[in-house]
Design a binder for this molecule. Structure first.
Ligand code: UT7
Length: 336
């Protein structure tokens, strides 16, 4: 028989659940043809055919000169707050996943907090490049489970257009700007079921922006460098492994996944991951064609698109998977 004293002393289990999603894309949209025409003026040759065939990308959005990463983040955050029917004043944690912050410091999360007109709650950035959102969501989930927060804004926001080397056709056609956000809220039912994060710093050099600031000057190279094939090979391996591992942790199988939202870098990587997990591409949310690779913003952007077009419904099981510079990777399994 249950001991009533012990039962009364046991605190209820706390979980986290997504209460609302939001996203924002800058107004300036460039098709592959638009970008190819601009690159041609610099003597850099590319084509819509090459970009579509090798990546699945057809267009991307670039922030206006006047728009900062925090502006994109705030627009997405407001949209998520509205969807969750939540007032900014009740947010008690802000985490922004970004590799393109407004400033070296303070964090973009602090700037977002100020622009939302609130103060006092903890706010910080997570820097895990294209895995950033999965990292940030896992940190927010942990803080909610321990009672350190009740309502967390978790945002992925990027202005990668500012890091691009427009003389390097192997990278400049791949990336875009944007932001996605969720309001993650304490709940007595899950929500987030299982997650797993990884990094392997031996691969720092295959995807990096090696510049730094010292003495009032940029030291080193402030433009993005990528060994595309090395990243591709690592990505297809780890995305399968981490998905299986998270499913095992959750006591579920591939068949339980209603929707897979992988980081949106290349349609070929997504197709390969889906094949390995025996998922039809109908179950994979794909936004890379319209957004390009928006790094930490790509997963919450894709999530918001699929929630708003009603593919993802309450109760659906969703696997989010990130992979990128660091080398970092991770996955989150959740019941929406
Ligand atoms: O967000 C973090 C995760 N990032 C990723 O997951 C990116 C992973 N990597 C990739 O998606 C692919 O490796 C790329 C899309 C970057 C490149 O595709 P690829 O099939 O690996 O092409 P490649 O680098 O082997 O290049 C093939 C050819 C080369 O020409 P040659 O040497 O065969 O004559 C390139 O110079 O394609 C050429 N090329 C281009 N041609 C036209 C490279 N970029 C372009 C371009 N337009 N934009």
């Amino acid at each position: 028989m249950n001991d009533p004293v012990v039962a009364a002393a046991t605190p209820p289990m706390r979980f986290s659940r997504i209460a609302g999603t939001g996203s924002y894309l800058p107004a300036k949209r460039l098709t592959n043809a638009d970008l190819a025409a601009q690159l041609a003026l610099r003597g850099v040759e590319t084509s819509d055919e090459w970009i579509v065939e090798r990546t699945g990308i057809r267009a991307r959005h670039f922030a206006a000169d006047t728009e900062q990463c925090s502006d994109l983040a705030v627009a997405a955050a407001k949209c998520a707050l509205e969807a969750a029917d939540c007032d900014a004043a009740s947010v008690d944690l802000i985490i922004v996943a970004t590799s393109t912050p407004d400033m070296v410091f303070p964090s973009t999360a602090c700037i977002v907090q100020h622009k939302l007109g609130i103060a006092g709650c903890p706010a910080f950035d997570v820097q895990a490049v294209c895995s950033g959102f999965v990292y940030a969501l896992t940190v927010a989930d942990s803080m909610i489970r321990t009672g350190a927060a009740n309502k967390a804004l978790v945002i992925g926001a990027e202005t990668f257009s500012r890091l691009l080397d427009f003389d390097d056709r192997g990278t400049c056609v791949l990336f875009g700007d944007g932001a996605g956000a969720v309001l993650l809220q304490a709940s007595d039912t899950p929500g987030l079921i299982a997650s797993e994060l990884h990094a392997d710093g031996r691969h720092v050099g295959i995807l990096c922006t090696p510049g730094s600031v010292a003495g009032g000057q940029v030291r080193g190279d402030p433009l993005l460098k990528m060994d595309g094939q090395a990243v591709f090979k690592l990505a297809v391996g780890v995305l399968e492994d981490v998905a299986r591992s998270v499913l095992e942790k959750a006591g579920r199988s591939e068949a339980d996944i209603d929707w897979l939202i992988p980081h949106q870098a290349n349609i070929r990587i997504m197709q390969s991951t889906a094949r390995k997990l025996k998922l039809s591409m109908d179950k994979v949310i794909v936004t890379v064609a319209d957004h390009g690779n928006t790094s930490a913003a790509s997963i919450p952007l894709a999530l918001d698109v699929a929630v708003r077009d009603r593919r993802i419904a309450r109760g659906d099981t969703v696997m989010l998977e990130g992979v990128g510079g660091g080398f970092t990777w991770g996955a989150v399994l959740l019941d929406f």
